[in-house]
Design a protein around this ligand. Structure first.
Ligand code: ZN
Length: 201
C-alpha cells in the first residue's frame, strides 16, 4: 500500500484539483503545493472567489451564457447590435469569440450539439428558445458559429430549417475553420476572420 505523504485535507485538495481539465495527478500535486506555499496571496483569494462564484453564478435565461447577473452582461449591453444572434454550442465558444473581438452582437448558447449517437436530441438543447428569439422583430440575422464537425453541421441544418419562418438571414462561419475543428481551440485571428467572412447557409 502506498504511504500517504500528507494529511487527508491536503490529499482531498489534490484529488479535487486532479479533476480539472488539463491537470493530471502529478500536476495537481504541484498545483496544490503551489497553493499551499502561496496561502495568503493565492489560496485565500481563490477560495473566496470560488465561494462567491457558487453563490452568484447563474445561467442567463435569455442566451444561456454564464454570469453573475441575469440577464447576463452581454444581453443587457446597449452597445451591442440587437439584430444579430450568434449561435454557439457552448459558453466556451462564446468566450472564445469575445476574446477574438470577432463581433459586437448578442449570442445564443445551445448547451451542446445534436448527437444521435450520444442520445442528444433537440429537447436537450435550447433550440426552441432560439427559434423564439429569431422571431423578435429586431432580429435580422442568425450566425451559426458551430464546430465544423458532423454533429455541429447536423445541428446547423436542423436550426436553419426551424428559423426559416422567422424571415431572418442565416449565415455560417467562413473557411478558416478546419474541418473537424473546435472553435475554442482556434486562434483569435482565425476566429475573427471566420466570422467576418461568414457565408449564407
Ligand atoms: Zn445573456
Amino acid at each position: 500500500m502506498q504511504k500517504a505523504v500528507a494529511g487527508p485535507e491536503i490529499e482531498r485538495l489534490i484529488q479535487l484539483l486532479a479533476r480539472l481539465p488539463g491537470l493530471g495527478p502529478r500536476s495537481a500535486r504541484r498545483a496544490a503545493l503551489h497553493l499551499i506555499k502561496k496561502r495568503d496571496q493565492l489560496m485565500a483569494p481563490l477560495a473566496s472567489a470560488l465561494q462567491t462564484a457558487i453563490e452568484k453564478i447563474e445561467i442567463c435565461r435569455t442566451c444561456g451564457n454564464i454570469d453573475t447577473q441575469n440577464p447576463c452582461t452581454v444581453c443587457i449591453d446597449p452597445r451591442r447590435d440587437p439584430s444579430v444572434i450568434v449561435v454557439v454550442a457552448d459558453v466556451a465558444d462564446l468566450w472564445a469569440l469575445e476574446r477574438a473581438h470577432a463581433i459586437n452582437a448578442r449570442y445564443h448558447v445551445l448547451g451542446g450539439t445534436l448527437s444521435p449517437l450520444d442520445g442528444v436530441g433537440p429537447q436537450d438543447l435550447t433550440i426552441d428558445v432560439l427559434v423564439g428569439r429569431a422571431h423578435a422583430p429586431e432580429v435580422t440575422e442568425v450566425i451559426l458559429a458551430l464546430n465544423a464537425t458532423v454533429d455541429g453541421q447536423t445541428t446547423a441544418h436542423y436550426i436553419t430549417d426551424l428559423v426559416q419562418d422567422a424571415g431572418v438571414k442565416v449565415t455560417r462561419l467562413a473557411h478558416g475553420v478546419p474541418v473537424g475543428g473546435e472553435l475554442d481551440y482556434l486562434d483569435e485571428g482565425t476566429l475573427s476572420a471566420a466570422i467576418k467572412q461568414r457565408t449564407a447557409f
